[in-house]
Design a protein around this ligand. Structure first.
Ligand code: UD1
Length: 418
């Protein structure tokens, strides 16, 4: 299994280009099942998760073709199988997003309960409640869910929690339902807005994405469309934090600064210089940061996907910080790994109390999930000696050319394939 080795941390200098957002592309690939025509996706981040989503829709009969390394053509004309392959659905939670489009267009689906990062129980009750409210008959057993509906019907759906996946799944299904669907307490993440823009280009009629109330007027069918997904705000935020704590001067290019407001605000509070331009953000830092507190929240709150990277920054702050995780109940697995590098962290329920230190020490650590892997790499940039990160397949699920981008910023980082 591959490992990343960082030899003595150093400051970062240069420009890093941000890829399209994994969390935008995955639902967009699923949404392409709503049409039988060609769908073209430009500048795709060809990550492990994107490959898995491709395999899921191929297992159903869709074609998924990489045109020139970064362009994707999807055609879901001949969907012959309404039972996506079990192993693929178990591999990645986002693959569950094929449920809404398949049920809406073909009237049935049999799908296994999803898998994914082990960061909590991650139920799918809100997705299913939405489909049931729209008239689907749902049965569960032996680890599978079967849903049938001749044609879904528009309904008013209130989500108990603004779940990103449930909002996306229900929004996609509602595009082909009869009548109007209203999703209240909907997630407001930028990826929801991107998906809604894509669906509207396909001929859907969605209003209100990006607010807590989304209205979808159902249509009979959708056509093909071309789309370029939004930049990856989590990848961008990861490089912002890396530059803040390792020190240096980095331009993060190809971002929507508005999407990064919660991270920018926190870094400024920690004494880091952050300059927002139209499509880029510059981070300048001497590597010395003051403590702060964060609480993860649905957008526009501080993103749970940035919690572990921010915790690394807190480990290096001059004082005590508190990180509270409210979105997932088990997203502190990186703490034991950070402790191996000399971090001083105590957990009290959903909060972690972090006593900052000047420097961490290189150690052998394990990426326990995708963002935890990135947090450990940032820790490696601020550590003496060798940091060896194993299980980096997690990092490959979500970061395009991670070590190459760090190398370009001056980091002594090597991938070792064993
Ligand atoms: C998406 C992101 C993930 C991010 C998360 C929260 C993608 C592909 N993944 O995941 O990177 O960390 O949003 O910003 O976009 N919940 C329920 N019932 C449900 C659905 C969710 O209780 O039916 C709970 C979950 O257990 C969790 C919380 O809601 O505690 C948030 O989950 P959700 O917003 O659905 O996250 P995902 O869509 O899985």
């Amino acid at each position: 299994m591959a490992k990343l080795v960082i030899n003595n941390g150093c400051s970062l200098r240069g420009t890093v280009n941000i890829s399209s957002a994994k969390n935008a592309i995955l639902p967009i690939i699923a949404a392409s099942l709503l049409s039988g025509e060609d769908c073209i996706l430009n500048e795709i981040p060809y990550l492990e998760d994107v490959k898995v989503m491709g395999e899921v829709i191929q297992s159903m009969g869709a074609s998924f073709e990489i045109l020139n390394g970064e362009r994707l053509r999807i055609r879901a004309e001949n969907i012959t199988n309404h039972e996506p392959v079990y192993e693929l659905i178990r591999k990645m939670r986002a693959s569950f997003l094929v449920m809404g489009p398949t049920l809406a267009r073909f009237g049935r689906i049999k799908i296994s309960l999803p898998g994914g990062c082990a960061i909590g129980t991650r139920p799918i009750d809100l997705h299913l409640k939405g489909f049931a409210a729209m008239g689907a008959s749902i049965t569960m057993g032996h680890g599978f869910i079967e849903a049938v509906a001749e044609r879904l019907k528009g309904e008013s759906i209130y989500l108990d929690f603004p779940s990103v996946g449930a909002t996306e799944n229900i929004m996609m299904a509602a595009c082909l339902a009869e009548g109007t669907t209203t999703i209240e307490n909907a997630a407001e993440e930028p990826e929801i807005v991107d998906l809604s823009n894509y669906l509207n280009n396909m001929g859907a009629n969605i209003r209100g994405a990006g607010t807590d109330t989304i209205k979808i007027e159902g249509v009979k069918q959708l056509k093909g469309a071309a789309h370029t997904a939004i930049p990856d705000r989590i990848e961008a935020g990861t490089f912002m934090i890396a530059a803040a704590v390792a020190g240096g001067d980095v331009v993060i290019e190809g971002v929507v600064p508005e999407h990064l407001k919660p991270v920018t605000a926190k870094l400024k509070e920690m004494g880091v210089e952050v300059y927002e331009h139209e499509r880029s953000i510059r981070v300048k830092s001497d590597g010395v940061v003051t403590p702060t507190d964060i609480k993860t929240m649905p957008y526009p709150g501080f993103p749970t996907d940035m919690q572990s990277q921010m915790m690394t920054a807190m480990c290096l702050a001059r004082g005590t910080s508190i990180a509270t995780e409210t979105v997932f109940e088990n997203r502190f697995m990186h703490i034991n790994e950070l402790k191996l590098m000399g971090a001083k962290i105590k957990v009290d329920g959903r909060s972690a109390i972090i006593e900052g230190c000047e420097r961490l020490s290189g150690a052998k650590v394990k990426a326990t999930d995708l963002r935890a892997g990135a947090a450990l790499a940032i820790a490696g940039l601020c550590a003496d000696g060798y940091t060896e990160i194993s299980d980096i397949f997690h990092i490959d699920r979500g970061y395009v050319k991670f070590e190459e981008k760090l190398k370009n910023l001056g980091v002594n980082i090597t991938r070792i394939d064993e």
